[in-house]
Design a protein around this ligand. Structure first.
Ligand SMILES: Cc1cc2nc3c(=O)[nH]c(=O)nc-3n(C[C@H](O)[C@H](O)[C@H](O)COP(=O)(O)O)c2cc1C
Length: 194
């Protein structure tokens, strides 16, 4: 029986991004579990800012179709968001908005996989407000099943050691617990054995 395919990406493409570091650690944990982890970068899916006129004239950008295909092929998706002004960064919101405009194709990118949310911030709230906005967009906007369990990394600028691992074992345990729940729920939903 095949293993659940878990897609992971961050809502930041900045060099040294803390969200990307958290996404990388998630893939590292997943690699030790019974699943097929797939790490994506939104840098590989460049899209213009959504504009209805642009969509009417040129259609959906190829990168949106490609991203949606990746999501549709996944059994689970872990998205790590930074927080911009108490909300989602435009890079991530724009990618989700464009992907939601793709019609046709195989599978259902949003109602198919199980989603889990991560957030990070150098501040004390760990991107909590952005995580709530991502939850709203995924669950209410796109009809996704989103795990209750989530990862919020506060103090992100000092959370990682020189190898990119967590300094705090509790943070690692939390990430591992959420990834375990994601694999279990994704496998259940896809009719696979977790
Ligand atoms: C436009 C802008 C708004 C920001 N607003 C917040 C905020 O509301 N809360 C917060 O915790 N950090 C905020 N930050 C700081 C980000 O958390 C910080 O830049 C973080 O490193 C971005 O995530 P990344 O490391 O994954 O790129 C903001 C940064 C920018 C550029």
């Amino acid at each position: 029986m095949r293993l659940p395919r878990i897609v992971v990406f961050a809502g930041s493409i900045r060099t040294g991004s803390f969200s990307a570091s958290l996404a990388a650690l998630a893939v590292k944990e997943l690699a030790q579990m019974a699943c097929e982890p797939v790490r994506l970068s939104l840098a590989d899916y460049p899209m213009p800012i959504y504009d209805g006129d642009l969509e009417a004239e040129e259609g959906v950008p190829p990168a949106a179709t490609q991203l949606r295909e990746q999501l549709a092929r996944a059994d689970g998706v872990f998205i790590v968001t930074p927080e911009y002004n108490a909300g989602l960064p435009p890079l991530l919101k724009n990618a989700l908005d464009w992907a939601s405009r793709v019609r046709g194709g195989e599978g259902d990118a949003f109602k198919g996989p199980v989603y889990a949310i991560g957030s990070s911030s150098p501040g004390g709230l760990g991107g909590y407000r952005a995580s709530m906005m991502l939850r709203q967009t995924l669950a209410l906007g796109l009809g996704c099943l989103v795990l209750a369990e989530q990862v919020m990394l506060a103090g992100a600028s000092s959370a990682f050691d020189e190898r990119g691992d967590f300094k705090d074992e509790k943070a690692r345990e939390r990430l591992r617990a959420v990834m375990t729940a994601l694999i279990e729920q994704a496998a259940l939903r896809a009719g696979l054995r977790a």
